[in-house]
Design a protein around this ligand. Sequence first.
Ligand code: ZN
Length: 278
Amino acid sequence: MPLNDLSQCAVHTMTNKPWSLRQCCDAYAAAGVAAISIWRNTVAPEEGGVGLEEAVKTVKGSGLAVPAYVRGGFFTALDDADRQKAIDHNKTMLDEAAALGAGQVVLVVGATPGLPLAEARKQVSDGIAACLDHAQQVDVKLSIEPLHPMYAGDKSCVNRMAEARAICEALRHPMLGIAVDVYHVWWDPDLEREIELAGQQGTLLGFHVCDWRVNTRHLLTDRGLMGDGCADIAGIRAMVERAGFDGFNEVEVFSEHYWAMDQHDYLALIAERYRTVT
Ligand code: ZN
């Protein structure tokens, strides 16, 4: 099998969490990585970031493409004021994404303990609907990322591609689509069909690569790097490409194990795994 080059490779800043935005930009560009997906904690001062103006300067200067700004969503809440706050926050993220040149804001849609899932899903659909005009104004798309069902309690009431598609079909808006993350959907028996449908419906906006470790040690911070686990990453990549996706393959790995490594050594390993098993 031929090796992949890095021309379609993006890395999420969260993958190299110990690094600042500038360190990520410098190292990715030097390694030949084509793009960077930016997590808000590297940008927003209230989350420890460098500020939008500085972030924009750094990213534009790097020459890297920016497929995604991460992560918006969290539309569910027990009261209306918090739901409105979430909508306002997503609009702010859309503005920041536009300034950074990002093509989409990825949505982790939310789930709230005590709120029935059916009600949560309605709140998500309503919350997204309330942001779509703004998305159009600033020309940044919103991508629903279905999360693995182990997060249905408090992070995402949308757990399968089919549920994300249902929202897209209900709202039918050119700025709305789906981000496919291998970690969350590799097990879905309908995955191939759903990816094909997303391709047909023009909603296949993002593709995130990582791996599912068979012996997961932590629900959030023990993702595998491609090749560490059992997900058929190359097979799923072939599915999205057959469906017409020609965007970046975004390496997104939350891992205490890898965050503890020398990040330059880790980036070299990411590039090697990208070349050989993505
Ligand atoms: Zn993801």
